[in-house]
Design a protein around this ligand. Structure first.
Ligand code: GDP
Ligand code: MN
Length: 354
């Protein structure tokens, strides 16, 4: 579950991580009102779930109300990599001396937490990793011990930040670790972490991704769930409590089990098709005849529009197939294997596209 920058900064602020004073706005008038309250110069920042907003023109400095109005007008409604800007964050502008990078995330292959710190921030970290990997100081943080003071100090030394930034960075990393752990985050990233011309270290950007499975122990995360961008299909599925991800292809995928749904998406892709969605319905570890009866019941309630291809396997699959057999038609096909089913579905999708 990804947060917008302003939500990430508000979360950081709760852990006492220094961020610039600011406020969110959905209209140009509100943007100017926020700017008047915090004082010029301000930065007008597009709130979308993608990086590279700066390069796309979604981040602009404004010295006065006229400029703020002009930039907010241009940025609200702007399209950034397919995301429409519906909200801006206005914050007090910073005088930047240096831009660094700091993050904590899960290192799945090492089965532990990974901290990354670099004196080369403000650019995409993937780019630094590709062109100058030694410029990133990496540490693994033991989930039981947490980030220790000694480890943090050595880490900051290894990253080769400016001396002036040392204490402020140690302080921020200590708090950022606490935030990462306490908030059940999968990622907390500050890029850039800045050193200002008057020697202050501060988070200028915030990229936070929270573990959606932890919502039950954070009552306030409901707000983040409610502000996730969803298309109309995803919104309807969310309201019904279904695991649905909308995609751009032509082959609909319904599976009982998220792993099965992912494999199905893979196989459809492998045989040259394009999945239209990912949908996990209830009923994993369910006997074949129960799945089949569920399908039959559904057929009684809806008219089949697009053809359906069924591949049923597992416990009592034969009984399930026998139940479906009388319902076989041009619109309802039964295929014995995943591969056969995927091929049939892709073929049908191509035929209807012609
Ligand atoms: P991103 O492009 O989506 O990662 O957005 P960021 O929030 O990281 O901003 C991109 C860049 O805009 C930063 O690296 C800075 O160079 C610049 N920027 C953002 N805020 C300020 C500010 O307050 N003052 C100045 N001078 N530059 C800023
Ligand atoms: Mn950034």
């Amino acid at each position: 579950m990804d947060l917008y920058e302003y939500q990430g900064k508000q979360l950081f602020a709760r852990y006492d991580i220094p961020v610039s004073a600011g406020g969110a706005a959905d209209t140009v008038d509100d943007a100017v009102a926020v700017a008047e309250r915090i004082g010029y110069p301000v930065v007008v920042k597009a709130q979308v779930h993608v990086g590279g907003r700066g390069k796309a023109g979604g981040i602009q400095l404004a010295a006065d109300a006229d400029a703020c109005r002009r930039h907010a007008t241009a940025i609200l409604g702007m399209d950034i990599k397919g995301h429409t800007v519906g909200r801006v964050w206005i914050e007090q502008a910073s005088d930047i001396a240096r831009e660094y990078y700091a993050s904590f995330t899960l290192d799945r292959s090492a089965k532990t937490h990974l901290g990354m710190l670099s004196a080369q921030g403000g650019v995409e970290i993937e780019e630094v990793a590709a062109t100058n990997p030694d410029a990133i100081a990496r540490i693994h943080v033991d989930p039981v011990d947490g980030l220790t003071a000694t480890q943090c100090e050595e880490w900051v030394s290894a990253a080769g930040l400016d001396d002036e930034a040392r204490d402020g960075t140690i302080d921020i990393l200590t708090k950022l670790w606490r935030c990462y752990e306490d908030a059940d985050a999968d990622l907390v990233e500050i890029n850039p972490l800045i050193l200002t011309t008057d020697g202050v270290v501060r988070a200028l950007d915030a990229k936070v991704s929270l573990d959606a499975n932890s919502v039950f122990r954070h009552a306030d995360y409901k707000e983040y769930e409610d502000t996730q961008p969803r298309d109309a299909r995803e919104e309807e599925a969310y309201r019904k409590g279904l695991q649905y991800v909308g995609l751009d292809g032509t082959v609909g995928v319904i599976a009982n089990g998220a792993g099965l749904a992912m494999s199905t998406v893979d196989v459809v892709t492998e045989v040259g098709g394009q999945p239209a969605n990912f949908l996990d319905i209830f009923g994993g570890i369910t006997k074949g005849e129960e799945v089949a009866n569920g399908i039959v019941q559904a057929l009684e309630r809806v008219a089949i529009d697009a053809p359906i291809v069924i591949r049923l396997d597992g416990t009592n699959a034969d009984e399930g197939r026998a139940i479906l057999e009388p319902h076989r038609s041009e619109k309802l096909r039964l295929e014995p294997t995943m591969l056969d089913a995927a091929r049939a579905a892709v073929e049908l999708a191509e035929m209807s596209a012609r």
